[in-house]
Design a protein around this ligand. Structure first.
Ligand code: GTP
Ligand code: MG
Length: 406
């Protein structure tokens, strides 16, 4: 994933450039690491090119290809491997003026392969690049970046403080309300954002397939802290309507935190939720939490730019992140459920008489509710089919198309 530069978050793109300021004064050599145990396709080639050229177009003259998983080559020579792998890899080797080296990381302690690499680097430095192997970010550019980062960090702190404050207020409101015995979470968002994976993490089961695109709505239940929690997974760009709400419900608007988020993404999502004015019941649920590393979620939100910030604001600054690669982490799910309850507290107080907030009592009533939900979902699915979304076209294209058609 994140193969193309325009899908990489602004934060990651900037980090690539900034990383150079961490190793002054040079000489600098870039080692472009490629696994030999995986096919190297045109997509990989384009990803490597786009990301390296973020640093500078001159970077190729300072780059050496470093093949890893060398043990996979067996008796095959590196040259034979390069020739057999096809045009994309050959292009890359040419771009690096035929500079490459193979490492077998299984044979630790074998200093020879490293000494050989250093030898190749030294040899490369004696020719080419007009003898200049130093690379620096322009001082002005670096200072500008540092200024942005400082502002970003301040905004991130401010966002976190606002969230903490509103949670405190909501908690005190919750104390005056009866605890919810059931809660329905509806996963919405663009395609491939991680909706089904988030659903599985909440359920702590692999109920929703994640190796294929979700084509129809599917609901499953679990118990969390004494509550019956229903999770409804929906296809990407599913047009939600208020009728889908039949019990205490919240929308989880799933956004991949590791990807870029553009105005087009935002417009498509707004289109999804605007129909029912459902923003006051929506939490932005970031997936791919494992990509955050030691960066705070607020920092990611602030660095991604205006479209994402505006989306989070429309959801009243209610947001949470899940690491779906760590499904066993029940704490992240409990925290989400608490956050959703807090978000809904104000809504429940304002709409005290709203039938949506009355506890579902008898079994008969529950059955009627389930029937109503199924009917509403069928209605929405047929509306979606009428829109003739082309599921095979790419994400942005699909979202653009949806905006035009609706
Ligand atoms: N590393 C990582 N990968 C994730 C995470 N969440 C989802 N993924 C991966 O992202 C891809 C898409 O996830 P899905 O859950 O299928 O996304 P979706 O929004 O349901 O996709 P559609 O149904 O096709 O719209 C899958 O390959 C997941 O394994 C996460 O937290 N971390
Ligand atoms: Mg899905």
């Amino acid at each position: 994933m994140n193969y193309f530069c325009n899908e990489t978050s602004l934060f990651d793109r900037r980090e690539m450039v900034l990383s150079l300021s961490l190793c002054p004064p040079g000489p600098h050599v870039f080692l472009l690491v490629i696994r030999v145990d995986r096919a190297f396709t045109e997509t990989h080639r384009r990803a490597a090119q786009e990301h390296l050229e973020l640093i500078s177009e001159l970077v190729w003259a300072r780059t050496i290809l470093l093949f890893t998983f060398g043990d996979w080559l067996g008796d095959t020579t590196t040259e034979k491997f390069i020739e057999s792998e096809g045009e994309p890899l050959r292009w890359l080797v040419e771009k690096c003026s035929n500079r490459y080296h193979v490492l077998n990381n299984k044979t630790k302690g074998d200093g020879f392969q490293v000494r050989e690499l250093i030898g190749k680097i030294e040899e490369a430095m004696t020719c080419g690049c007009d003898g200049s192997w130093h690379y620096e970010i322009e001082r002005r550019e670096l200072e500008e970046m540092k200024r942005w980062m400082k502002e970003e960090a301040e905004r991130a702190d401010d966002r976190r403080r606002r969230k903490e404050k509103q949670r405190l207020v909501a908690k005190s409101e919750l104390e005056n309300l009866a605890p919810l015995r059931e809660l329905r979470l509806i996963l919405v968002g663009g395609r491939k954002g991680g909706k089904s994976s988030c659903g599985n993490t909440i359920l702590n089961r692999h109920d929703f397939p994640t190796n294929s695109q979700t084509a129809s709505c599917c609901e499953n239940q679990c118990r969390i802290e004494g509550k019956t929690v229903s999770v409804l997974d929906t296809p990407g760009c599913f047009p939600v309507a208020p009728e889908v709400l039949s019990t205490p419900s919240a929308f989880l608007l799933v956004v991949n935190v590791s990807s870029s988020f553009t105005a087009l993404h935002r417009e498509a999502i707004e289109e999804q939720l605007d129909a029912g004015e459902l923003w006051s019941r929506t939490v932005v649920l970031f997936s791919h939490g494992d990509w955050l590393g030691d960066t705070s979620l607020e920092r990611r939100i602030e660095s991604e730019g205006e479209p994402l910030r505006r989306l989070v604001e429309r959801c009243g600054n209610w947001y949470h992140v899940l690491d779906n690669k760590n499904q066993g982490d029940a704490a992240q799910v409990r925290e989400l459920i608490r956050l959703v309850e807090e978000m809904l507290a104000t809504e429940r107080r304002v709409c005290k008489d709203d039938q949506l907030w009355r506890r579902v009592g008898s079994a008969e009533e529950q059955q009627n509710n389930a029937m109503l939900r199924r009917r509403n979902l069928r209605k929405q699915m047929s509306r979606r089919n009428r829109l003739s979304l082309d599921c095979e076209s790419n994400f942005i294209h699909t979202e653009k198309q949806y905006i035009q058609l609706s």
